[in-house]
Design a protein around this ligand. Structure first.
Ligand SMILES: Nc1ncnc2c1ncn2[C@@H]1O[C@H](COP(=O)(O)OP(=O)(O)OP(=O)(O)O)[C@@H](O)[C@H]1O
Ligand SMILES: [Mg+2]
Length: 382
């Protein structure tokens, strides 16, 4: 995109992408749209940075154009459950115009809810439960709030789609109880589609696949896989070409290779390479390595302190995986080669590193969720 002679960087990372910044995923977009149009309750699960939030943002944009009411809530952002419920109520009500009007709406639909209108720091009005001051406990209002989407869709005669991003976070607030409350409300809502998404794969998969959990078989599970290297390469070539930047053949392949199919890293390295090359009009052999080094040096201290906080068994294992990859970690050869100790303790260490979000596992192979931290561990740790 050319803006007054200045070429805007066409690569974005660190936020949800949609429109021209969102590549590929046509099938996933279609499938999710179809499921939501039929008001399914979908679990969307993938490793970190694979593009879940961008996929749902893209789908929500398209559904809104069809007149569907959409609500997006990122559960990672809340320090307490009542804050989460409060925000959810405000999101649900944002389509009702001025709050006074919305309050009438709530009084009619859910007379027990009785929220009050307060002003936030910027002086904007919002619904609050005033929980600190009233005897009205969370338990009395939570099921009403989860019931609200069904009531709104009935009253307005419209479909609604709701996304709970990083849904596994509810487990940090009395999760088992909340799962039960949400399940019993959402399963009755015939005109409301839901997406429950997140990157803590085993926590989410457990919720839907364990018969004793409330969410058992609630709806389809969608797993977001890597974007094929050739597809991303095509997008990269197109963008650099349209800016007349002459890219040395190997550069873009190196980006794809480093990123291992994770779109976040492709966008991040391409963004930096673009900045590096746009004024010279070319990207040369060695530039991608320079960009990677620069990114690592910016996070060097953070990586050092992350490393410093790890116990020795974790350090050993991470170093091994950074050098030899995460396949066959429990084979005799691998364990001996890297001096890892007993399989039972390695298993415990692996689980703990996955719980902390440092490692993830796909098709039996363990990998670093942060590829720059992986490279740092490989290159800078003895
Ligand atoms: N389809 C896509 N096309 C191009 N870039 C993408 C795509 N999906 C994701 N990205 C890139 O990856 C980054 C992370 O995407 P997003 O936040 O959607 O992933 P996520 O799976 O929700 O991550 P997290 O695990 O952190 O929640 C985006 O900022 C963007 O740079
Ligand atoms: Mg996300």
């Amino acid at each position: 995109m050319c803006n007054g002679g200045y070429m805007e960087n066409p690569f974005i990372y660190g936020e949800r992408v949609t429109g021209e910044y969102f590549w590929d995923r046509e099938q996933e977009v279609e499938r999710l749209k179809i499921d939501l149009l039929s008001s399914q309750k979908v679990f969307l699960i993938s490793s970190r940075k694979m593009g879940k939030s961008s996929l749902v943002a893209t789908v929500l944009e398209q559904l809104e154009k069809q007149g569907i009411i959409t609500v997006y809530l990122d559960l990672e952002k809340f320090s307490s459950y009542d804050k989460l419920l409060e925000r959810y109520l405000n999101c649900l009500m944002k389509h009702e115009g001025p709050l006074e009007k919305a309050l009438d709406f709530i009084k009619q639909l859910l007379p027990q809810l009785r929220p009050e209108i307060r002003l936030d720091e910027e002086g904007k009005p919002f619904f609050s439960f005033g929980l600190g001051r009233s005897p009205q406990g969370i338990e009395n209002i939570e099921s009403e709030i989860y019931e609200l989407p069904g009531k709104i869709s009935e009253k307005k005669g419209k479909k609604i789609v709701i996304v709970f991003d990083e849904f596994q976070e509810i487990l940090d607030f009395n999760g088992k109880h909340i799962e039960g409350v949400i399940r019993s409300e959402v399963q009755r809502q015939r005109n409301v589609g839901y997406v429950f998404c997140g990157s803590k794969k085993h926590l989410l998969a457990d919720m839907v696949s364990s018969p004793e959990r409330p969410f058992y078989q609630i709806g389809p599970i969608m797993r977001l896989d890597k974007i094929p290297g050739e597809t991303m390469l095509r997008f990269l070539k197109e963008k650099f070409l349209s800016a007349n930047i002459d890219v040395d053949g190997g550069c873009l392949d190196q980006i794809i290779e480093f990123s291992r199919g994770v779109p976040h890293y492709v966008q991040m390295l391409a963004h930096r390479l673009w900045d590096y090359s746009v004024s010279k009009g070319k990207a040369e052999a060695g530039d991608v390595q320079k960009v990677v080094n620069e990114l690592i040096s910016q996070s060097f201290e953070e990586f050092q302190s992350r490393w410093g906080n790890l116990i020795t068994s974790k350090k050993l294992l991470l170093k091994a995986i950074s050098v030899s990859g995460g396949q066959n970690v429990l084979s005799k050869k691998y364990m001996t080669e890297h001096n890892l100790g007993y399989p039972s303790s390695i298993r415990r260490t692996l689980l703990s590193l996955m719980d902390e979000g440092i490692l993830d596992k796909e098709d039996g192979s363990y990998f670093f969720t942060d590829l720059l931290f992986c490279r740092w561990t490989k290159d800078y740790v003895e």
